[in-house]
Design a protein around this ligand. Structure first.
Ligand SMILES: *Cc1c(COP(=O)(O)O)cnc(C)c1O
Length: 378
């Protein structure tokens, strides 16, 4: 099956019990055993749940991995993955990453004795210089949040394999429709399903996709031991969202490209970050490695913070809100919102300036979105 078909048919569908076309919501904590010691395949919903299983199988197939796991949030998925490591292990992380990921590493995992080095992943020398005897994991995002930097997966995987590092990618921004990292040799894929996979701003969720039996067993064990799994109704919402992922991603991209082209020519805009623009430093790699460029556009506005605030408050269609990937367009200010938990000096080093605005370009009519941006910039 191809992508669009997998998105609608993967997993145990139609339901075996009554042939229900919509995946049933098994809103239950536990399951009756046939006899002592013999279940019908499910015993307790933390360990496994049939609604969750359909979502997990669907995401695993969309990513081309071994097995999928659904978590309560993207951060629950990430926290679970970090439990693959032990005190004393060292992690190389891209510096331009989701603010909450940075906070998990810097303010939580570091207290458990994990070591982190944050750096740009665009140079072989820089990465190799950072590798130490205790380095175990390499964590990345492409396109990254909020600057849409593109990481060359072939390069990073080659270095990681040479030094036996586990590679983890946060594929939230591209979604498997635009990027399938496992095809490049990445070991683990994580998602905030809150974003494009669900796509309607009505749930928080996360996912992990594995590529080996060893990782599958370990993640299943950790999910159950930590209790970080997703609830059945939330899984059902994500499953419904995924059915339209392909058509939504195409429309997000068309609209994002129109918005990026408009902003690029505007006199009040200093710089536009969108990998679909030929001027973007990662454009060529993105073109080679991705099927499309996604729906997030960031830009730096001229005129200082006063103008930035006025712009954000004048927007009518774009809501001033964190998050991304929904049908409705959103605008946000990384320095005070999504990336406020990142130290100011770290933001500066990563190139996230105070005048940066991030847009999640939604599924509205592109002309309406451009008119909204235009009136707010005046
Ligand atoms: C939102 C987001 C997360 C965190 O996911 P939650 O579902 O909010 O916990 C992680 N990574 C990226 C890239 C995100 O955008």
């Amino acid at each position: 099956m191809r992508f669009e078909t997998i998105a609608i048919h993967a997993g145990d569908r139609p339901d075996k019990a009554y042939g229900s076309i919509a995946v049933p919501i098994y809103q239950t904590s536990n399951f009756a055993f046939e006899e002592a010691g013999k279940s019908k395949g499910y015993d307790y919903s933390r360990t496994a749940n049939p609604t969750r299983k359909v979502l997990e199988d669907t995401i695993a197939q969309l990513e081309g991995g071994k097995a999928g796991f659904a978590f309560a949030t993207g951060m629950a998925a990430e926290a679970t993955v970090m439990h693959l490591l032990k005190t004393g292990d060292h992690v190389i992380s891209q510096d331009d990453i989701y603010g909450g990921t940075y906070r998990l590493f810097q303010n939580v995992m570091q207290d458990f004795g994990l070591e982190f080095t944050f750096l740009g992943l665009d140079s072989r020398e820089r990465i190799e210089k950072a590798i130490k005897p205790n380095t175990k994991m390499l964590w990345l995002e492409t396109p990254s949040n909020p600057l849409l930097n593109i990481v060359d997966l072939e390069l990073v995987v080659e270095i990681a394999r040479k030094h036996k590092l586990l590679t983890v990618i946060d594929n939230t921004f591209a979604s498997p429709y635009f990027l399938r990292p496992i095809e490049y040799g990445i070991d683990l894929v994580v998602h905030s399903t809150t974003k494009y996979l669900n796509g309607h701003c009505d749930v928080v969720g996360g996912a992990v996709v594995t590529t080996s039996d060893e990782l599958t067993q370990r993640i299943q064990f950790l999910l159950n031991a930590l209790g970080t799994c997703a609830a059945p109704f939330d899984c059902w919402l994500v499953l419904r969202g995924i059915e339209t992922l392909a058509v939504r991603m195409r429309q997000h991209e068309n609209n994002a490209l129109a918005v990026a082209n408009f902003l690029k020519e505007h006199p009040k805009v200093k710089r536009v970050f969108y990998p679909g623009l030929a001027s973007h430093p990662g454009h060529e790699i993105a073109q080679r490695q991705m099927k499309g460029f996604g729906g997030v556009v960031s830009f730096e506005i001229k005129g200082g913070l006063e103008h930035l605030k006025a712009f954000l408050s004048r927007l009518k269609i774009f809501a001033l809100a964190e998050s991304l990937g929904g049908a409705a367009s959103l605008a946000e200010h990384p320095a005070t919102m999504s990336h406020a938990s990142m130290l100011a000096e770290h933001r500066k080093k990563a190139g996230i300036n105070d005048e940066l605005i991030r847009l999640s370009v939604g599924l509205e009519n592109a002309d309406d979105l451009i008119e909204d941006l235009s009136q707010a910039l005046e």
